[in-house]
Design a protein around this ligand. Structure first.
Ligand code: NAD
Ligand code: IPM
Ligand code: MN
Length: 346
């Protein structure tokens, strides 16, 4: 069995963190005896430069035929045409592949809690998964337009869209600590009134899961003051985008947070949650751990290479504990040093 993987390095720090991670994948495949084929495709700004569009058909078709997709990051100050932006490629691939569920874990281990900007005793024991709805809401709602005088975005959700993401979150909670927090803005938004109603309806199918509801502003506060209270959080697209960047600060850096996105039955896509970090691109400064932990999720969920996943994950946490980290985590090392350490420790 040989897995088909599509690599989309993208822009900015994307190629730096993804190419190094592919060398780690190669080492893992010989250590743990599995085979894969890899195809690299243009995506995002680089694809605009080379093909005139951020998501060329060749890239999308390759992704559709893959077992898994690894993505670095897209975007940057170079691409400013509002009608042809790298980020449209990202939204396009999510929509085309039906990647409605985005899993964004936040974990603080006992050996890494000192890296948090929040007091150690507050973050100790934090281990939650944010389930972000990824193909609906204000990102995709129509009509949508703007001109110099007026702008419109539409925030729509259907019962079906909320039900399917709710089931993903309830299923996860059932396998974990059976605690689900649904986040909305039910005191103001119509879409949130439906969201809360549907979450409560689906909750009837999961009597063993304790459900509570938080308004998004209060959730933002609870994430900082008491992050260890959460087990699984489920929320809509835009709230999930914002809260997951906030959550990434709890273990110490946006550069640490991985993600996995999946559809009903197609290939899954794995990417760190951060962007292309143009301010540090091409300087060997990027933290590659978010990308490497996304590779861990890929090995575990798509390739079913559990031992390789566990090994890489333990190496990443060991390096963080030993303070072999990049500057964003107060370390003294470059991206390339981190990849060397990972190879040695594997
Ligand atoms: P960003 O996530 O790229 O960067 C925010 C800050 O965090 C920057 O100071 C950056 O240096 C730092 N940072 C991010 N990742 C890091 C890492 N791995 N190591 C060390 N530091 C890291 O967000 P931004 O600056 O608002 O956006 C830059 C571009 O990225 C924009 O074009 C945006 O649209 C795009 N973006 C893409 C994705 C994606 O491809 N999935 C996600 C978010 C933003
Ligand atoms: C993310 C990013 C994207 C999003 C942007 C680049 C479109 O911020 O993956 O979190 O908003 O979903
Ligand atoms: Mn984001």
């Amino acid at each position: 069995m040989s897995y088909k993987i599509v690599a989309l390095p993208g822009d900015g720090i994307g190629p730096e963190i993804l190419n190094g991670s592919l060398e780690i994948l190669s080492q893992l495949s010989s250590d743990f005896n599995f085979n894969y084929e890899i195809e690299t495709h243009d995506f995002g700004g680089i694809a605009i430069d080379n093909h005139g569009t951020p998501l060329p058909d060749t890239t999308l078709n390759a992704c559709k035929q893959a077992d898994a997709i690894l993505l670095g990051a897209v975007g940057g100050p170079k691409w400013t045409d509002p009608n042809n932006r790298p980020e449209q490629g990202l939204l396009g691939i999510r929509k085309s592949l039906g990647l409605f569920a985005n899993i964004r874990p936040t974990t603080v281990t006992s050996g890494t809690s000192h890296l948090s900007p929040i007091k150690k005793e507050r973050v100790a024991g934090t281990d939650f998964i944010l389930v972000r709805e990824l193909t609906g809401g204000i990102y995709f709602g129509e009509p949508k337009h703007w001109n110099e005088k007026q702008a419109l975005d539409s925030l729509t959700y259907t019962r079906e869209e909320i039900e399917r993401i709710a089931r993903v979150a309830f299923d996860l909670a059932q396998k974990r600590h059976k605690k689900l927090t649904s986040v909305d803005k039910e005191n103001v938004l119509s879409s949130s009134k439906l969201w809360r109603k549907v979450i409560n309806d689906v909750a009837n199918e999961y009597p063993d899961v304790e459900v509570n509801h938080l308004l998004v502003d209060a959730c933002a506060m609870h994430l900082i003051t008491n992050p260890s209270q959460f087990d699984v959080i489920v929320t809509e697209n835009l709230f999930g985008d914002i809260l997951s960047d906030e959550a990434s600060v709890i273990p110490g850096s946006l550069g640490l947070s991985p993600s996995a996105s999946f559809s009903e039955n197609g290939p899954r896509l794995y990417e760190p949650i951060h962007g292309s970090a143009p301010d540090i691109a091409n300087q060997d400064k990027a933290n590659p751990f978010g990308m490497l932990l996304s590779l861990v999720m890929c090995l575990r969920e798509s390739l079913k290479e559990t031992e390789a996943a566990n090994k890489l994950e333990s190496v990443v946490y060991q390096l963080i504990e030993e303070e072999k980290t990049t500057r964003d985590l107060n370390g003294n090392y470059n991206t390339s040093d981190i990849f060397k350490f990972v190879k040695q420790n594997l």
